[in-house]
Every structure is written in C-alpha cells, then in structure tokens.
Design a protein around this ligand. Sequence first.
Ligand SMILES: Cc1cc2nc3c(=O)[nH]c(=O)nc-3n(C[C@H](O)[C@H](O)[C@H](O)COP(=O)(O)OP(=O)(O)OC[C@H]3O[C@@H](n4cnc5c(N)ncnc54)[C@H](O)[C@@H]3O)c2cc1C
Length: 491
Amino acid sequence: MNASEYLTAERSQPWREELRKSVKAAERTRRERVRMPEQDALTRVTNQLEVNRGLDEEQAVAEASRCLDCAAPTCISGCPVNVNIPKFIKYIEGRRFLEAARCLKETNALPAVCGRVCPQEEQCEAKCFYTLKLKKPPVAIGNLERFAADYERESGNISAPEVAASNHTKVAVVGSGPAGLAAAGDLARQGYEVTVFEALHEIGGVLKYGIPEFRLPNAIVDVEIENLRKMGVRFVTSFIAGKTCRFDDLRAEGYKAFFVGSGAGLPNFMNIPGENHTGVLSSNEYLTRINLMGAARAGFDTPVPAGTNVAVIGGGNTAMDSVRTAKRMGAQRAVIVYRRSMDEMPARREEIHHAQQEGIEFLCLNSPVEYLADGKGRVTHVRVQKMTLGDPDASGRRRPIPVKGSEYLMEADLVVVSVGVSPNPLIAKALPSLEVSSRGALTVNRDNMQTTIPDIFAGGDIVRGGATVILAMGDGRKAAAGIHRYLTGFA
Ligand SMILES: Cc1cc2nc3c(=O)[nH]c(=O)nc-3n(C[C@H](O)[C@H](O)[C@H](O)COP(=O)(O)OP(=O)(O)OC[C@H]3O[C@@H](n4cnc5c(N)ncnc54)[C@H](O)[C@@H]3O)c2cc1C
C-alpha cells in the first residue's frame, strides 16, 4: 500500500466517516478559529511563565471540528515529518485525546515541542484547505498538536512508541538537539542500541539553551527526552565527540554508524568596531547564560548584564527571544534594531506580535555601524545608520542600502547581537576528510543524509545552517532511515 492508499484506507474507517457526517462541511467552515488563550502582556513581562496557555478540552474539540478531513489532505505535505494531521485532529474531535497523542508520536518524537515552536503558518497551516481555497484562517494545527501532547503528559498516561527487539548494533548520535533526538527515536524503534553524546551538561540543544521558558518550558522538553529513555536511548552528557573521544575510538568501542546533529552554535558578528566592549554579546551567550545556566533564577551565581537600555541587533526568532528576555530581566527600554523593514523580518509573526504587545520597540531600516564605550570599556552607545531598501538579493528579500550622512547615536548599556549563526566547526576539524561547504556546513547526500564518510550521517543545522526545529527533526528521521539501509546492506 502506498502512502496515499494508506491515508484513504484510514479515512474510510467507520468512526471517521461517522464523525465527518455528523457536521455538514458548510457548517464547519462557518466556525471561527479558536483563539489561543494568552497570559496578559503586562503580567507576563514580570515572569518567565509561558505566554500561550494552551487550549482547554472544549476549545480543542471546537477547533478540531473545523477540519474538513479532506479526501486528499494537502496539510500533510507541509509537514517535514509527515504527521497524519487529519487523523490526529479527528481523534481530538471525537474526544479520543490519548489516541491523538499516540498518532502524533508515530512520526514526531517531540509533539509538545513542535506544537509550541514550529512555524506552522509557513508549513502545514499554509497548506490547509482553508488557507489555500477558502482564504480563511487555517485550522490551528499547531495549537491542536500542543493540546494533544499536553493532554497526554498531564494525564500521566504517556505512551512510548513500540520498539523492535534489540539487533545488538550500536549507533552513536552526536548532539542532542531536535535532529539528534529524532534520529535517536527512529533508530531505537528499529532495535538499534543508541547512545546520544552531548557536549553540554543538559540534553536538548537549542530547545534548552536557546528558546526561553516563556515559549518552551524546559520541563516539557525533559518529558519528551524521558520518552526516548524509556525506548532505550542512552544519553552521555559533557562529552564532546571529536575532542573527549575520537570517532575512531567510538568505532573501536563497536559503534557501527554515526548521526551528527551538532547544530550551528557559532554566532555571527558584523565585524564592526566595538564588538569587544563589555556589554556587547551574542544572543547565544546571552540566552545560554539565562536559560541553561540559571542567571535569572535565585540560587545561581551565573553573571549576566541586566541592561536598562537594551539594543538587540537582528530580526529573527533568536532576536525576538533575546529582546523579550531582556524585558523580563528588567530593561526599561528594549529595542530591536533591524536593517530591513517589518515585511522582511524573518521572525515568526506570532513572536513579533507578542513582542509588540510587551512594549518592545522596533527600529526598522536601521543598522549599527559602531559600538561606543565609556572609560572602563563598557558599552554606552550604538552608532546607528539609517537604511533604505533596494532590489531583492539572493534571499529574495529587498537589499538594505545605507543612507549616507544618516548616522546618529543611540544609548545602550547592553547590546545583544543576533545576526545569524554558522555551523559548529569542531566536527569538521576532527574529521579532516569530511567534505564541508564554504560556509562550514557538512555536505550530505540529501536522499539519505550520508556524508562523504560512509558511516557518518548528518542533519539539522550542521547541514542547513540555522534553520528550524522541524526541519532538523525531518533530517534526523531521514538519516535514521539512511543509517538503517546502510547497516542492513541496502545502501
Ligand atoms: C534562540 C533561538 C530560537 C529559535 N526559535 C525557533 C522557533 O521558534 N522555531 C523553530 O522551528 N526553530 C527555532 N530556532 C531554530 C532551531 O532551534 C534550530 O534550527 C534547531 O534547534 C536545530 O537543531 P539541531 O539538532 O540541528 O541543533 P541544536 O539544537 O543546535 O543541537 C545541537 C547540539 O549538539 C551539541 N554538540 C555540538 N557539537 C558537539 C560535539 N562535538 N559533541 C557532542 N555534542 C555536540 C550542542 O551542544 C547542541 O546541544 C531557534 C533557534 C534559536 C537559537
């Protein structure tokens, strides 16, 4: 049975037919999209609690009832891990919440994470029938995914996917971000003995050290990791593959294949004067100090500059997380300085909207050219230049062009630079025969994610540069399938 025959067979199951017929399609499409309840903006900037509060059962069922259970569902093609979206949504409509969660976990090892941080508006929801044909707000697929995963967790009735009997073949996963976790989950299901080696003392990659608590609580990530442990995945922390131990040493220990998901943890800077002043730091450092090393929590002595006037340079998700974190750390003024206009800003619309509600200022069409410091070397000002937009560049976005003579000074006692990341160079250094691109990304065969060293597969940000959680997971899954074919002789 091919994928589309499988979907049709699933859709024809009596319970789904009955549910479909219980409400006319015209009535379904008349229903308004259910709004995600949020913590009030004035309150939430004083705490680290989640902004989005989650749908309750009635809200979830109401939203699920908008889904038309299309005969040829286009939403699935928008999901990099091919979640069977109509099926899990119809389980919710039928109040079979635990089955909805189980359905999600068949193809997605981290549904509670994806329900919170995936850019659904560019993926599954962009391909929803409501968006494509009716020009109406799409079914809230992400909010429903989050609901099902949260329901399962809160019920205490957490299911782990079935795991095949051990095939006694050891596979090493390097890096415990979403790419590594997805690969580990799929390999464990197929009976491999999987060990994840993580450089940091915590598992989760950017999910833990980058994305703040108010968007993705660490406790939620921990539950998803615990699921993998239940499936037999072993985690080794504070272990830098290529430094703590060579790949050859791991081969000698019996590891037959590797998945490298070491991420893009190297922050970019703009190479402008003053970047070494005290109080100018990368988003990576700023967020890691707060999210991973507890700088905002009582009982931790990790230092972090609080900042009264904070300038965050950039317009991506990382910039939004940094500027909203600065607000929660007590900044009186927290400003996004972005060289293009609001239309080109790459951050998710929801994050921009939340930032605006929280009083974040947006200084678009402005770019820093220098950071100035006091006599002690502490940053005091940013010299900013105004920009205008020219023709589109290679990214398809209109190119920012400096406006001559437009420079001015802006006060800032903390500058957080968030202008992109590059792949971590360590693995390439440890394995000189590995082919890498000019931008430091590992070269892979996109069909199976195999690198130029046959027993090493790779995916996620180390291959793509800074991308998204779900793309990293999709790579991890594809690599797991590639590793299985490689180890079983069907490469
Ligand atoms: C602040 C921030 C906010 C973001 N927000 C979103 C969002 O809202 N939605 C979204 O979809 N995406 C978002 N992203 C992007 C997303 O988080 C990444 O694309 C994704 O995490 C990449 O996954 P990965 O597994 O490839 O790498 P990572 O998550 O970076 O994990 C790599 C792991 O490998 C470890 N490692 C590195 N080298 C070694 C080594 N030699 N040995 C052992 N371990 C090693 C690292 O310590 C790290 O834990 C955000 C990114 C940031 C920084």
